[in-house]
Design a binder for this molecule. Structure first.
Ligand code: UT7
Length: 332
């Protein structure tokens, strides 16, 4: 039997309406528009409306990806949702998405993956493993976040960085010889030794943050500068490793679609790859850091506006809390 590979047959994304600009933030905390833009590359980010949940963003992105793939939702056989800001502690938000897509009766498995900003890379890697092993044929892979719900809006070190949004892809099994947008390889890593550098201030078994009653989850807390250094290092290594695993040279890459945490981190990865910044899909200026949503949001933007073309070589990468990091190489 011929070996199976994963084809990406549709992409989609969704952003909430409300824009929060750097000027707005300068009224909320001790910062300036100029400081935020020069240190991060961010000018604005989107914020989910009250009552607008991660599952709502995910469903919009999923519907657009399914439309692009021309695939009815009931033809899916697995849903994987990457998120750290699910609707509830449980059930998994993926099951809520399944219900909102109207396909609960299919009884297909639906589960969440939590790898923070690398979540989409972990979800895509999992989907690819399901396809290659023959366990699933059509998988909806989503990254969706309402980061605004876990931000301490009085902490200028973190509240300027994050935004809300969702992106999705539909992945389908294909014969290795078939033409189409093919995932060549995925690579994922974790290193729990640094979990204290980027974490929430409370949790379930750790209990609520000090002075707070009930099962409060706390807020994002980050030692930004140290995270920054680790991100640059890990991403540099993983992009080299990804090319090496496929016996490809960096000159052969057409597009880098990176996690959008900070323009300076992205520039340093592009520099290592000797890529012109024009070959990098950038959304950080308008979206900020949307965590697990950032890579599929950027991918969808570049597919829809025609930058990404059939036959091109695309490198996706992300780094996040844990630490976790991951990449995927795709022949579009
Ligand atoms: O997506 C998951 C992974 N996350 C990341 O990759 C984020 C990585 N980190 C970063 O992007 C950057 O470290 C930040 C954008 C968060 C911070 O930029 P930085 O250049 O590393 O600044 P810093 O933390 O070293 O702080 C420099 C100064 C400090 O003041 P002092 O101690 O030098 O007086 C901060 O208190 O900037 C101050 N500062 C601010 N000033 C104005 C920190 N935040 C702000 C702010 N406005 N919003």
């Amino acid at each position: 039997m011929e070996q199976l590979t994963s084809h990406i047959i549709g992409t989609g994304s969704y952003l909430p309406e409300k824009r929060l600009t750097n000027a707005d933030l300068s009224q909320m905390v001790d910062t300036t528009e100029e400081w935020i833009f020069s240190r991060t590359g961010i000018r604005e980010r989107r914020i989910a409306a009250p009552g607008e949940l991660t599952s709502d963003l995910a469903v919009e992105a999923a519907k657009r990806a399914l439309d692009a793939a021309d695939l009815p939702a009931d033809q899916l056989d697995l849903i994987i949702l990457a998120t750290t800001t699910g609707d509830l502690l449980y059930p998994a938000t993926a099951t809520i998405v399944q219900h909102k897509l109207g396909i609960s009766a299919t009884n297909i498995p639906a589960f969440d993956i939590q790898a923070v900003c690398s979540g989409f890379m972990f979800a895509l890697s999992t989907a690819d493993a399901y396809i290659r092993s023959g366990l699933a044929r059509r998988i909806l892979v989503i990254g969706a976040e309402t980061n605004s719900r876990i931000i301490d809006w009085s902490d200028r070190g973190t509240c300027i960085l994050f935004g809300d949004g969702a992106g999705a892809v539909v992945v389908e099994a294909a014969a290795k010889s078939a033409s189409g947008s093919t995932i060549l390889s995925t690579h994922i890593h974790s290193d729990g030794a640094h979990c204290d550098l980027l974490q929430t201030t409370g949790g379930i078994s750790s209990g609520p943050p000090e002075g707070q009653k009930g099962p409060g989850l706390g807020f994002v807390s980050m030692r930004g500068n140290e995270v920054y250094k680790q991100a640059v290092k890990a991403l540099g290594q993983i992009v080299d490793k990804t090319l090496e695993a496929n016996q490809l040279q960096r000159e052969q890459l057409d597009w880098l679609v990176p996690h959008q945490a900070n323009i300076r981190i992205i520039q340093s990865t592009a520099k290592r790859l000797k890529m012109d910044i024009k070959q990098v899909v950038l959304t950080v200026e308008q979206h900020g850091n949307t965590s697990a949503a950032s890579v599929p949001l950027a991918l969808d933007e570049a597919v829809r506006d025609g930058r990404i073309q059939a036959g091109q070589l695309i490198l996706l990468e992300a780094f996040g809390a844990g630490f976790t990091w991951g990449s995927a190489l795709i022949r579009w």
